[in-house]
Design a binder for this molecule. Structure first.
Ligand code: ADP
Length: 678
């Protein structure tokens, strides 16, 4: 086994690899960009070295700098994680040239599987079923168009270099084909520096099923069963589970055999995933092979009891596969939910910002990879850390295990209710809604599930429920009492009336009004405190409340006879403050309006166009000085795997583009000086 390895990654996967390395007594070397100087992976590693500025191209993608650190630190091997350099054949070769073991497959296997067109051809030759389609070199739009016609609409345009659902467009009719190709190629160019595309028959009602495989350098191949990753948004996985509950034993066996055959066909070594798409009749077709550890590997670990990172290290160190196919068995059911900083209501726009409050149903430190434990959390951040625009916006992965799928789904739902994040907007509410949705519960859905059920899964913001308002108001009262008590404790007068910790002591029958802003609605709450208790008058009527703040800051209360345990985060500011109230799956943010504060002059955006999110300018679509009509696309910004086009808000003239292609912009930054005729 290695004595010291370098982890050429960041975030949760770097932490995950460090975890296993520590257990095996392997020392770990982390690398970090300027944005990550204090990141969790840096805190966990034995040693850490800076490798450059925040943008990945200047840091985590700099193979040369990383190999230099490995040499300097004496690391014998490099684990690339996923993303970044993990599927970069050149990097794998550079490692070999530097006499450092790349913990992954041979460069040749990465290369063969790296291009989807070539991978499909190899698999077809090896007898693996592939989706019908066109993957020729000629990308003339006329040729593509006639190929699409031959394949038959609906079709899917895919980036040859694709990954993460980028550069992918569904096309239902010929009329939309050319536009879809152009936009897929543009996205592919900016994402992968390669704008080649292929065309596939669009499989309707598909399920995404993938098989985890492993091979050692002695030519042994095994599979560790399958995962179902059909809950997706924009073709990206959100919830994954193992096994695929509806597969019959024969189907499972045949899928596993096919995947192992695929791995053998390319002389594979290490951990890999063979992805299939299954149609409604249970036929499955090869889509692609990922030559690395997947984000969702944890669910496989839970149902097989295998630590996949340990296997990766052992195999890279030249050891044989630790188990034979017969020794690998399935136990129970595991589900993973990916928690992202993103706004599902805004088309899953990535969100950034500081994580004010993070609470998991199990501490990440207590989570054990490679075992069938009820709960596991893998994360690269903690409260106080920042989600920056430079990298993937995943905050963490919540994994649950149970003896069967039904109990696993229940456990997932409960665990999501116990997960609290305040800071950037997250997809937590969406994940909770998925976990409770009858189609998900019944395992009866396809990859279009989220889009098809958007209205139920992502309902428009509703007014705060009474229990939220009541808990929020009670919290503020108790918090005020606590602060007063702290002040009193620091004074010499222990008999000060402020010492009373119920927050209410001056008069026997005190009375005040608290004002919240709930979206655009002002909600006034009348508060009456008597010796007998506190009564709140809410829009819906009166409610009796009592409770206390625990030492962990949580509110334990009885609201209208119902016992609650709420996570509440109050962030005061000059105008009052924001109040996040979280009671299981109920979550709501209101503003406390300070009656003494002055109203801000709300800033007018005038004729300016601003960045909706922090990101990088990838395209400028017009010239300074041109006149454009309303809706004309002007500039494209990309952040965290998402392209966002900003169009002219009205007929008018572009005075000046303030940024150039390649520049990084902050959220809210003015991008274009734009003038309208009046
Ligand atoms: P990427 O590498 O960008 O993640 P994949 O080829 O793995 O792209 O496909 C991602 C997802 O897109 C799949 O899980 C599936 O939901 C959908 N998809 C891919 N190919 C097809 C197809 N031919 N028909 C329907 N859906 C598809």
């Amino acid at each position: 086994m290695f004595e010291r390895i370098l982890i050429a990654n960041r975030g949760e996967i770097a932490c995950r690899v460090i975890d296993t390395a520590k257990r095996l007594g392997v020392r770990t070397v982390a690398v970090y960009s300027e944005a990550d100087a204090n990141a969790r992976h840096v805190r966990l590693a034995d040693e850490a070295y800076p490798i450059g500025p925040a943008p990945a191209s200047d840091s985590y993608l700099r193979g040369d700098a990383i190999i230099e650190v490995a040499r300097h630190a004496g690391a014998q091997a490099i684990h690339p994680g996923y993303g970044f350099l993990s599927e970069n054949a050149g990097f794998a070769e550079a490692c070999a040239n530097a006499d450092i073991t790349f913990i992954g497959p041979p460069a040749e296997a990465i290369r063969l599987m790296g291009a989807k067109d070539q991978a499909k051809a190899i698999m077809a030759d090896a007898g693996v079923p592939v989706v019908p389609g066109y993957h020729d070199e000629n990308l003339d739009i006329k040729v593509l168009s006639s190929a699409a016609r031959k394949v038959g609409y609906p079709v899917l345009v895919k980036a040859v270099a694709g990954g993460g659902g980028r550069g992918m467009r569904q096309v239902a009719r010929e009329l939309d084909f050319a536009d879809a190709v152009a936009s897929a190629r543009r996205e592919a160019k900016s994402a992968f520096g390669d704008d080649r595309v292929l065309i596939e028959k669009l499989i309707t009602k598909p399920r995404h099923i993938e098989v985890q495989i492993f091979a050692d350098i002695r030519g042994n191949n095994v599979h560790l069963f399958e995962r179902d990753c059909s809950v997706q948004r924009r073709h990206q996985k959100v919830i994954e589970e193992a096994p695929a509950a509806k597969l019959s034993d024969e189907q499972r066996h045949s899928l596993g055999e096919t995947a192992t055959a695929a791995a053998k066909a390319i002389g594979y070594v290490g951990a890999g995933t063979v992805e299939f798409i299954a149609d409604a009749s249970g036929n499955y077709y090869f889509m692609e092979m990922n030559t690395r550890l997947q984000v969702e590997h944890g669910v496989t670990e839970m149902v097989t009891g295998v630590d996949l990172v340990e296997w990766q290290l052992r195999i890279a160190a030249g050891e044989p596969l630790p188990m034979s196919q017969e020794e690998i068995s399935l136990n129970g059911h595991a589900i993973e939910a990916r928690i992202y900083a993103e706004d599902p209501a805004a088309g899953f726009l990535p969100a950034t910002g500081s994580l004010t409050h993070v609470r998991w149903p199990i501490s990440p430190e207590a989570s054990i990879p490679g075992q069938a434990t009820a709960l596991r959390v893998d994360t690269g951040v903690a409260a106080g850390d920042e989600v920056t625009p430079f990298y993937d916006a995943m905050i963490g992965k919540l994994m649950v295990w149970a003896p069967d799928r039904t109990s696993a789904v229940q456990r997932l739902s409960r665990a999501l209710g116990e997960t609290e994040i305040v800071g950037p907007t997250t997809n937590l509410a969406l994940l909770g809604a998925i976990a409770r949705h009858p189609s998900f519960v019944a395992d009866d859905f396809d990859t279009g599930f989220i889009e098809q059920n958007a209205d139920v899964l992502m309902p428009p913001a509703a007014p705060a429920q009474a229990v939220i308002l009541a808990a929020g108001a009670l919290y503020l009262l108790l918090d005020r009492g606590r602060r007063a008590a702290e002040v009193a404790a620091g004074t010499s007068d222990p008999s000060s009336p402020w010492v009373a910790s119920n927050g209410w002591r001056l008069h026997d029958d005190a009375h005040e009004t608290m004002t919240f802003l709930d979206g655009d609605n002002t909600v006034a709450i009348e508060i009456r405190a008597r010796r007998s208790g506190i009564t709140l008058t809410l829009p819906d009527g009166d409610v009796e409340v009592s409770g206390r703040l625990d030492s962990d800051g949580r509110l334990r209360a009885v609201v209208g006879g119902i016992t609650i345990n709420a996570g509440i985060v109050f962030q005061p500011d000059t105008r009052g403050g924001t109040l996040d109230v979280m009671i299981q799956e109920l979550r709501h943010r209101v503003r406390l309006v300070d009656p003494l504060s002055v109203e801000d002059d709300s800033e007018s955006e005038g004729g300016r166009l601003t960045a909706p999110m922090p990101g990088q300018v990838t395209q400028i679509l017009a010239k300074d000085g041109v006149s454009v009509s309303r809706g004309t696309p002007l500039i494209v910004i990309e952040a965290m795997k998402m392209e966002h086009t900003i169009a002219a808000p009205a007929d008018g003239q572009v005075e000046r583009f303030i940024y150039a292609v390649g520049d990084w912009v902050d959220e809210g930054a003015t991008l274009i000086d734009f003038v309208t005729p009046d």
